[in-house]
Design a protein around this ligand. Structure first.
Ligand SMILES: [Ca+2]
Ligand SMILES: [Ca+2]
Length: 388
């Protein structure tokens, strides 16, 4: 069974040479929740006046988070459970290169991929005894998707992810590549820590996973896709048509990222909540988060009369079976231009991925939110200067 396009620590070559695999372990299944006293639902959220530029009001409400087990559904998406979130503002689009450039111009911020790798920091995230990579592997860089040969096995993402010195948000495919003609594309090769820094500068924050998934569903509760029940086609989202990862037919017009908003919005008016680039959330990734939540974090709701998790947050500790030695892993949502139904249908709103917070990749981006009942602003969080 093939794994999905996975995140890897940015020193992928060192990890691969050390024999670190990417096995997916089945999520744990929890027990039914114990009875809890009912709690009153929060008052219905009203749309505040004065929308922040580029943001859409997400009215909040209850929805079914996750997915029933089924074809293409990974174990970490189950069990489906009821969740309620408060209303919040959300960026209509993924953060673009143009927007990220404004942030860098205003602050002088240097992204993780533009800094040398700190081996002392990295060694804490890999298996004990992992040898230090060659010096050229510790130069600034990021992971670039590279179409492999026809016989590439699907169970080893290292076959199409290439550690590329000089790759960063300004040069997404490495030296010689440019964003000059991609200013309205989503910024990529930014790590979760970079996204947090941008959000603080913008007076926003990253969404919780629950907020993101509620917003992605656009009011279509319990449906497999952001647009409803119909199977994906090339007009729905920027994904991969053809045979992943060796043949991209580009039926949707885009081999890599697309300018934001080229595909139809969802029910809330948000664009690219399916595909284009994965979007970082605030929550830590835990493959067994949902059974834990169902076992521990639900409470009875009025008037629904069924257990519901109210504004759930991610766990305090990450548990990412694909990066078992990483100290932290953050949730990514929405899939990307690399998603294909034959391999990874992660453009479904319930799909989840974990990613180490210092990793930049060709298909990772983000969008921000404001308000609601999510995590406090990261304004006070230190911006790392030299850590990886
Ligand atoms: Ca495409
Ligand atoms: Ca997206």
């Amino acid at each position: 069974m093939p794994t999905s396009p996975l995140t890897m620590p940015r020193t992928v070559h060192g990890l691969v040479s050390a024999g670190i695999g990417f096995a997916i372990s089945a999520a744990l299944w929890g027990t039914p929740p114990a009875a809890a006293p009912p709690v009153a639902d929060p008052p219905a959220a009203k749309s505040p006046s004065g929308a922040p530029p580029g943001m859409v009001w997400i009215p909040g409400g209850a929805f079914t988070m996750g997915s029933k087990p089924g074809v293409g559904v990974r174990p970490d998406e189950s069990p489906a459970h009821r969740v309620r979130v408060r209303g919040f503002w959300m960026d209509r689009t993924e953060v673009t290169n143009r927007q990220f450039a404004e942030f860098v111009k205003a602050t002088g911020y240097v992204t993780i991929a533009e800094r040398p790798v700190d081996w002392e920091e990295l060694r804490k995230q890999v298996a004990p005894g992992t040898p230090k990579p060659a010096d050229e592997m510790l130069a600034p860089g990021a992971l670039v998707f590279t179409m492999p040969g026809a016989d590439t096995p699907l169970d080893n993402p290292a076959g199409w992810w290439t550690w590329t010195p000089g790759a960063n948000w300004r040069h997404p495919e490495g030296p010689g590549s440019s964003i000059d003609d991609r200013l309205d594309h989503p910024v990529v090769q930014v790590a979760w820590l970079d996204a947090v820094a941008y959000a603080a500068w913008a007076g926003k924050r990253l969404p919780t996973e629950a907020e993101w998934e509620f917003a992605a569903r656009g009011g279509l509760d319990g449906r497999p896709f952001t647009w409803g029940d119909e199977p994906i086609d090339a007009g729905r989202a920027n994904t991969w048509q053809g045979e992943f990862p060796v043949r991209n037919d580009r039926a949707d017009g885009f081999e890599r990222t697309a300018p934001v908003g080229r595909f139809p919005p969802n029910g809330f008016g948000l664009v690219d909540m399916a595909g284009n680039v994965w979007e970082g959330c605030d929550d830590r990734f835990d493959a067994s988060a949902y059974p834990r939540r169902v076992a521990e974090g639900m409470r009875a709701s009025v008037p629904e009369g069924e257990p519901v998790a109210v504004d759930p947050r991610g766990p305090d500790l990450a548990r990412d079976p694909r990066n078992p030695d990483a100290r932290d892993s953050r949730v990514q949502k929405g899939g990307s231009f690399l998603c294909n139904a034959s391999y990874c249908s992660s453009y479904r709103p319930s799909a989840r991925m974990g990613c180490t917070p210092d990793t930049g990749m060709s298909h990772l981006g983000f969008r921000c939110v404001r308000g609601g009942n999510g995590p406090a602003s990261h304004e006070a969080a230190p911006v790392p200067s030299d850590s990886r």
